[in-house]
Design a protein around this ligand. Sequence first.
Ligand code: 3HC
Length: 320
Amino acid sequence: MTQQANGQYSDEARMAKFEARIERGEKIEPGDWMPEAYRQQLIRMISQHAHSELVGMLPEGAWITRAPNLRRKQVLLAKVQDEAGHGQYLYHAAETLGASREEMTMALLDGRAKYASVFNYPTLNWTDVAVIGWLVDGAAIMNQTMLARCSYGPYSRAMVRICAEEGFHKKQGQEMVIQYAQGTPAQKQMVQDAINRWWWPTLMMFGPHDSESKNTPQLVRWGIKTKTNDELRHEFVNELVPALHALGLSVPDPELCYDEANECWVSGPIDWDEFWRVVKGDGPLNKERLTARRDAHENGRWVREALVAYAEREAQPVAA
Ligand code: 3HC
């Protein structure tokens, strides 16, 4: 790699060195040289992931006070608290790239930043909590297990910790779906209705088709994504469809078919108009979700101000 007269390396040379590191599967750490586009992509993706964790607390949080028994209440409390912690890990990971918590929070609250569209749908009854656990958290695990191999060190390490907890989230949801599918006809119908409501919004979690995904090519080139949106969605469908069928449950996809030649399930078309409508803010509960986050931020203002005041007082030199 040629050095310039001033001993510095040209950007081309540094890019070549960076991409060779990615090729070798090395982890890029906060102090390492990285292309600005790599840093910006990670801040975008990690901060929106963090926003999704916090907003994702709202659909299930509404059912903590209405859990059917103490054990379900305790499990749901633990799950929702986990999601808050996942948000903190991820905001910290984004801060290692120079993003500030304030900037990221304001981007969410003023609508500039995105969060997973799936969380803009209502939880109509308790079986929604069960189906969110198995389907939504199951899809999140599939995506996050991939991200645990991400080229950016802090993000991949955060994923390892988060995936361990998501495993519990998925299992508690799956346990409930199995219980209700094997319960009374009314319970089975309720959980089937919940699957019908959450199936397509869950498939949308994996993002647009690869051909429409403006970020995927760069993210795959730089090892941030090691699988594409469609690869993960296909894996998810082929894990869930046989498992739901085994319970006598179905998915709301009349064009779902089994491809004998490739021995796999193939989904029907996704309603991308609905996807973009919800992503752009016109989903069933987008306004309510953002209002809840804005209210939480405002209600927490006094805590932030007290912490700043305390830190400033502690920083004052002690009078002799
Ligand atoms: N909801 C909202 N926006 C979405 C979306 C979705 N499901 N899928 C894609 N988008 C947005 C992208 O953010 C991008 O917009 P931007 O450029 O303004 O940010 C645009 O649509 C184009 O999509 P791309 O495919 O080009 O974007 P990505 O390559 O970033 O793919 C992604 C989208 C698959 C969500 C990817 O960003 C990703 O893997 N993110 C990390 C994981 C994550 O954020 N998961 C969210 C769920 S967290 C969760 O489920 C919590 C669990 O505890 C339940």
